[in-house]
Write a new protein. Structure first.
Length: 196
């Protein structure tokens, strides 16, 4: 199902970001938002730095959450977490039944990614998962007329764009991701820093 659907202003969205790579285990934080202006909850879990458990860990975190029944979309900050722990967006969609929208500030430098993956014995597998995330679409948000890039699984482009625009109320990054980033960095460093 890659269809578009009716989007309510208070659609429940889970935005997920990771913390800094300070140890073998990397914390991931999820924020549950109603649209772009109301945070309902925070989830956290841990993935392995440069591992291959991000898809499974995120899926389990989502399904075990008391918010699961109300969630309509998962938003990811790119497809690599904790270094090169790649999220399989199609698998995440299949496992949770929730469409996935990947948001990126800049178009990925695939040559650089490919070069980095040569250092992994399973680099080809990771590369396949990255490619599987699908077509990268450019989206100009209303904020400053700047562009971001999105990928999607289980949702049509019109719905994905509408959800990103609905939730990008303070910057061109959707609030669920912006706030997840602030929380993740704040917990690790004692104060939030950087941009989502």
């Amino acid at each position: 199902m890659n269809s578009d659907f009716h989007i309510k202003p208070e659609i429940r969205i889970l935005g997920i970001d990771d913390s800094a790579l300070l140890s073998e285990k990397v914390m991931i934080v999820g924020t549950v938002f109603r649209g772009g202006d109301w945070m309902d909850g925070v989830l956290r879990s841990e993935i392995t730095r440069d591992g291959l458990d991000a898809t499974e860990v995120i899926s389990t975190m989502v399904k075990n959450s008391r918010h699961y029944g109300q969630l309509r979309v998962i938003m990811l900050d790119g497809v690599t977490y904790g270094g090169f722990n790649v999220v399989d967006t199609e698998e995440l969609y299949r496992e949770t039944g929730l469409p996935v929208i990947v948001v990126m500030r800049a178009y990925p430098d695939f040559e650089k990614i490919r070069a980095a993956l040569r250092h992994f014995s399973d680099g080809e597998l990771r590369w396949e998962i990255i490619q599987k995330a699908g077509k990268i679409e450019k989206l100009v948000t209303e904020k400053n007329g700047t562009s971001i890039y999105i990928q999607k699984a289980g949702i049509g482009i019109k719905s994905a764009e509408k959800i990103v625009r609905l939730t990008s109320i303070r910057s061109n990054i959707p609030e669920p991701l912006r706030v997840a980033h602030l929380i993740a960095t704040g917990i690790i460093f004692g104060e939030s820093r950087g941009k989502a």
